[in-house]
Design a protein around this ligand. Structure first.
Ligand code: ADP
Ligand code: ADP
Length: 226
């Protein structure tokens, strides 16, 4: 599971005074367990597209489905990680990771098992009782990824998650994300304006352009033999 199907997607931002066509005729299918990156300049509509897949914004036309079901609002089947560190500051690292599980009514014992596993995956076992403000930017994003994955989402939606990090931390995070993706087998839709990042992360890359936001082309990156 984890197939995303986008057909004829349109988005127009309208107010009394203005009308802005942000996306026109977006057609895109993302397969099960695929890691797809959308790259394009700032303002071409990447975040708008991702927000609609997340269910945080409504399309003006077209259809958006996950595993054949029309997307209506946010849901636990879609985990999200954004650039701003969106951790709950009043919760510890472990409590942040367990947050969604607690909402779902998962037992303490089961929650512990799952958070232990993800603390290990993101290599922050010894920070389980720390609060977000005690962590570096890279560490916070690792927790955000663990929190999103703890719910076992069918798809992971990422909007420039490493945009605020320095080059070295960014590379470590990208490597960790690929490692987690290979282990967890989840569909990833990643957006960035950074083509190097897109090429490093994905074998399939979709290029968007502005005026109105649309898909310009798509290409595949070959892995070296062996
Ligand atoms: P990107 O993520 O590629 O930088 P965005 O999706 O954030 O692009 O924005 C695409 C375009 O839509 C931009 O011109 C932006 O100003 C406009 N836009 C985004 N959100 C809104 C909104 N809520 N109301 C009006 N215009 C918006
Ligand atoms: P990003 O490029 O990361 O999407 P933006 O600065 O474009 O960030 O958007 C941040 C927020 O501001 C979003 O919620 C977006 O919907 C809103 N926004 C962006 N452009 C406009 C706009 N022209 N009018 C109203 N809201 C906007």
């Amino acid at each position: 599971s984890g197939t995303i199907e986008i057909k004829g997607l349109q988005k127009v931002y309208e107010s009394k005074k203005s009308r802005f066509e942000a996306l026109r005729d977006i057609d895109l299918t993302i397969g099960e367990n695929e890691f797809l990156t959308i790259v394009g300049p700032s303002g071409c509509g990447k975040s708008t597209l991702l927000r609609m897949v997340a269910g945080l914004d409504e399309p003006s036309g077209g259809s958006l489905q996950v595993d054949g079901e029309e997307i209506i609002g946010p849901g636990a089947d879609r985990g999200m990680v954004f650039q701003g560190y969106t951790l709950f500051p009043w919760l510890t690292v472990r409590e942040n990771i367990e947050y969604g599980l607690k909402l779902k009514g998962v037992s303490i014992l089961e929650r512990r098992k799952i958070s232990n596993y993800f603390l290990k995956v993101i290599r922050l076992e010894s920070f389980d009782k720390s609060y977000p403000k005690q962590l570096s930017g890279g560490m916070k994003q690792r927790v955000a990824i663990a929190r999103a994955l703890a719910n076992r989402p069918r798809v992971l939606l990422m909007d420039e998650p490493f945009g605020a990090l320095d080059a070295q931390t960014k590379l470590e995070m990208q490597e960790m994300l690929l490692e987690v993706w290979e282990k967890e087998k989840t569909t990833v839709l990643f957006i960035t304006h950074d083509i190097d990042e897109a090429i490093f992360l994905s074998q399939r890359i979709v290029v968007m352009g502005a005026g109105p936001g649309r898909i310009l082309k798509e290409f595949r990156v070959e892995l070296p033999e062996g």
